[in-house]
Design a protein around this ligand. Structure first.
Ligand code: GRF
Length: 216
């Protein structure tokens, strides 16, 4: 079993999707990973309760108690390394990471972002999508690089934008797709079917079709 560490800051619905999938033995023959720990930079992150519900060890590295990004990221990296993870998953982790951190975990650090990158990096992605009038929107899982929301793309989930969508309705449909996309990507990267090579994503030929999720 490959160890995976999940980093969160808030709600934890993607964490729940991962944990539920890791438990289910009817999902493509299980996720094949062990969620070794959930680490939050906020002690009040609701997602910590989800981890406990599933019996997964939690740890808080409180970002507000560090004076700078370097010292916080160094402490976070130490906490993660203690679990010897094969993969580190940012699932709603609301911190910009330092170069040292990103380089330390290069090729083993993935993030889920609620837009079809490179469109709409940053925050309020659903509002950005509605304002731009795009017809499709979605979510992206990518390897983390030093530039925020710009690392090599692993997989994307797509939803159509409806005429009567508002931010909340669009966000809800994107989130459903996220919950399909993230476990799949964790399985593919942890299982060695998808990997990073010289800043490019490589995938075994037969997994290409699994790199796109369409809304049901
Ligand atoms: C998700 O929309 C994810 O794409 C983004 O932050 C949100 C986290 O939601 N990075 P949750 O905490 O997983 O419910």
């Amino acid at each position: 079993m490959k160890n995976v560490v999940v980093l969160i800051s808030g709600r934890g619905s993607n964490l729940r999707a991962l944990l539920a999938t890791a438990r289910a033995d009817d999902w493509e023959g299980t996720l094949g990973v062990r969620i070794a720990a959930v680490i939050s930079n906020r002690g009040d992150a609701p997602g910590l309760h989800i981890a406990r519900e599933f019996g997964v060890p939690t740890q808080i590295v409180p970002s507000n108690e560090f004076t700078g990004r370097d010292s916080f990221d160094a402490a976070l990296a130490r906490a993660i390394d203690a679990h010897r993870p094969h993969l580190v998953v940012l699932a709603g982790f609301m911190r910009v990471l330092t170069r040292a951190f990103v380089e330390h975990f290069a090729g083993r650090l993935i993030n889920i972002h609620p837009s079809l990158l490179p469109a709409f990096p940053g925050l309020a992605t659903h509002r950005q999508a509605l304002a731009a009038g795009v017809r499709v929107h979605g979510a992206t899982v990518h390897f983390v690089s030093i530039d925020v929301d710009a690392g090599p793309i692993i997989a994307q989930g797509v939803v159509s934008v409806r005429a009567d969508d508002d931010e909340a309705s669009l966000a809800a449909r994107v989130l459903e797709v996220e919950h399909q996309l993230l476990p799949r990507c964790v399985a593919l990267v942890a299982g060695g079917d998808v990997w990073l090579e010289r800043d490019q994503v490589r995938a075994r030929g037969d997994v290409a079709a699994r790199l796109v999720v369409l809304e049901p």
